[in-house]
Design a protein around this ligand. Structure first.
Ligand code: NDP
Length: 485
């Protein structure tokens, strides 16, 4: 391997790389080969303290800058990120195993979009004026302070940017902890932000397992926690944040429905199901893994899907022709294999896939089950792998009720040619992020997030500003003060 994946040091604090080998070593494994490609060290209490102290100190200067000045830094960072897209995409592929064909168009590019978008908005973040006769109230939209970001392993550059960009645009500072499975990319986000002119301490990255995240959340210097992770972790992080009445954004898991009516454009519906189940080898939180197909179109859908899956090309994810990578880790592959075994045992009909691929790396075939029923484990639990379940349905009313019969509410999609039905069905979904005749697009201009147990708050769009600021109301009296005595 010629590419150097070993970072300069494990952490990026106060504008520079910092090492402390007293922390537990974290081997970074390239999922396509199983090879150790770098080692970082978990943050010690001293490193955690250093990062929080830097973020706290830097907050004063950063918040005092105008929004336009802060925005300029973010937009410059976006430009640098785009310029380095190739190198960042190669690194993202080493970190996650996702094919370069994906990372070169979906990771640093999406991070750069967030930096550019929130950089553009930064100067337009304002309070309001409320006239009350001669008196008036004005509101100041103020930053929260030190924000902690905790990331999952599937989109390390994107998550670090989606949290950092709005937080910084609003005048907050951040300490970000990536997943220990993919610790490399967030360091680059920090490096680029500082190269773009962010003052030292504004955006810091420290490594570690869950315990490091847990100790960040409860520190009295922290005002907000934004987590991307599973529901069980979300429950713990939310509870820990509640102890100090901290703000939270929770981007959690899902088991989203994708509903395909008889009148849908078959080719587009199959494309939507592919995007919603096999992109990033199925390791996407908003995936539409419960594919409800109306009975009239079911066999045609299965036949066309099986045909299209012949286009899967597995192999070295750095090869631009490869379009399907391994699972992020051996552990994740084992978890997904467990679900596939349950699907078979509980009576689902295996249409294609279902096996691990011999050789090195954690590859699993894209897998399709048909005749899945609502009570089967594969229809109820988040798998986070390339496993698509097809469930049959007859009527619109029935499918909406069944689609909503889950504790999750992250995303939902519908394919139909009937305009009014499309809007009616979407209105009926209990989900935060919905799609009509497409699936899994996440442009920065649109709000992204879940309802029910899939989350609290929204990332991206103007909505994110609400979650990284607080409002101070100021009453201004223009006359004398009346008092009862
Ligand atoms: P986890 O919930 O296992 O971990 C998420 C992050 O939280 C990791 O950095 C983890 O550290 C950390 N963490 C774990 N325990 C604690 C704790 N007690 N306190 C603080 N931090 C903790 O998720 P995965 O990394 O396995 O990612 C997959 C999950 O993420 C799926 O459920 C998926 O749906 C969800 N996800 C949601 C998205 C959304 O936007 N809604 C997007 C992407 C993924 P460590 O890894 O070191 O244990």
């Amino acid at each position: 391997m010629t590419y150097n994946t070993q970072p300069i040091a494990s952490h990026f604090i106060d504008g520079k790389y910092v090492e402390d080998k007293a922390g537990e070593p974290i081997p970074v494994i390239y999922p396509a080969t199983g090879e150790v490609i770098a080692t970082v060290y978990s943050a010690t209490p001293a490193i955690i303290d250093q990062a929080l102290a830097a973020a706290k100190r830097a907050g004063k200067e950063w918040a005092a800058m105008t929004g336009t000045q802060r925005g300029r830094v973010l937009r410059r960072a976006a430009d640098i990120m785009r310029m380095r897209n190739h190198d960042l995409s190669v690194l993202e592929t080493y970190d996650t195993g996702k094919p370069y064909q994906e990372t070169s168009v979906a990771d640093a590019t999406s991070g750069a979009d967030a930096l550019e978008y929130f950089g553009g908005l930064a100067g337009a973040i304002t309070g309001e004026h409320i006239q009350l006769g001669d008196d008036f109230v004005y509101t100041r939209r103020e930053p929260l302070g030190v924000c902690v970001g905790i990331g999952a392993w599937n989109y390390p550059t994107q998550i670090a940017s989606w949290k950092g960009a709005p937080a910084l645009a609003c005048g907050n500072t951040m300490v970000f902890k990536p997943s220990e499975t993919t610790p490399l990319c967030a360091l680059k986000v920090a490096e680029i932000l500082h190269e773009a002119g962010a003052p030292a301490g504004v955006y810091n990255v420290i490594q570690g397992y869950g315990a490091v995240g847990a100790s960040l959340i409860t520190d009295t210097r922290v005002a907000k926690v934004s987590l991307t992770g599973s529901v069980p972790t979300g429950r713990k992080v939310y509870a820990a944040a509640a102890e100090g009445i901290r703000h939270v954004t929770m981007e959690l898991g899902g088991k989203s429905p994708l509903v395909i009516f008889d009148d849908a454009n078959l080719e587009n519906a199959v494309s939507g199901a592919i995007l919603g189940n096999f992109y990033s080898s199925g390791q996407v939180c908003s995936n539409g893994t419960r594919v409800f197909v109306q009975k009239g179109i079911k066999e045609a859908f299965l036949a066309r899907l099986s045909e299209r899956l012949k286009g899967v090309k597995m192999g070295d994810p750095q090869d631009p022709d490869v379009n399907f990578g391994p699972m992020v880790s051996e552990r994740q592959r084992d978890i997904v294999e467990g679900f596939i075994a349950k699907g078979k045992a509980e009576g689902a009909r295996l249409i294609t896939g279902g096996n691990r691929v011999d050789g090195q790396g954690y590859f699993l075939e894209p897998t399709v089950f048909a005749d899945v029923t609502d009570d089967m484990t594969i229809a109820r639990e988040e798998i986070f792998g390339p496993v698509l379940s097809v469930l049959d349905f007859d009527t619109e009313e029935e499918v909406i009720a069944r689609a909503n019969e889950t504790k999750f509410g992250l995303a939902a999609g519908v394919f139909t040619s009937d305009l009014t039905r499309a809007h009616r069905v979407v209105a009926g979904f209990d989900a935060g992020t919905c799609y009509i005749n497409t699936y899994n697009l996440a442009p920065v201009e649109a709000p992204f997030g879940g309802s029910k147990q899939s989350g609290v708050g929204r990332e991206n769009s103007k909505a994110a500003i609400e979650h990284y600021t607080q409002i101070k109301g100021v009453y201004v009296a223009m006359g004398d003060v009346e008092a009862p005595f």
